[in-house]
Design a protein around this ligand. Sequence first.
Ligand code: ITT
Length: 203
Amino acid sequence: MKKGLGEESPRIGMYRVKLYLLTSNKGKVGEIARIAVKYGVELEAVNAPKLEVQSNSLREIALYSAINYYISSGGMPVLTEDAGLFIRALNGFPGPYSSYVYRTLGVRGVLKLMDGVEDREAYFESAVAIVYDGLVIAETARVNGSISKEPRGEGGFGFDPIFIPQGFTRTFAEMSIDEKNSISHRAKAVAKALESLLNLLKV
Ligand code: ITT
């Protein structure tokens, strides 16, 4: 049975904080859920249609879908996350179009575009938006790294098998969720957004 809004969520000060995580990506759910637990925030994943505006700004895309869901659901507290892989030698491609490029070209297609390219620098960026009781929060974070020569690892999702974070030799797909979370764009952006929310609620 589904819990009602806020019921049985951990108490934060005088609040019980629960957020609906709007996403169709199970990999994101696994990563974000582990961060939420650390902040005592209850999370329920909702695979409802996520209205995405076409924009070069991940922040704008995440905010638009969160506000839209909040309004159309009659005020359900929501968290959305939008992320992208930005490859320097490709002028930031696929960036905000990462989801589409992953579905069409895939990991192999992106590696093909990088064939013979010396400069492998890239970063992941994540934008997290929360709308909670009329409060609107948006935070972003990045992780720098490079594109590997071939896919490695079975973990993670999306472009994880070809992304080597700075300071490591393994790809994200060769790391556990907790290890990826200790350095990832998403983990940092989610932590910042939850901290902002909890700070605002404690006032
Ligand atoms: P939702 O919009 O439903 O949340 P999505 O998979 O479409 O899920 P995005 O719009 O944020 O998510 O698309 C970002 C794409 O970029 C995603 O599909 C992956 O291919 C890639 N991506 C984003 N973050 C990633 C990460 O941490 N590791 C690997 N690939 C990632």
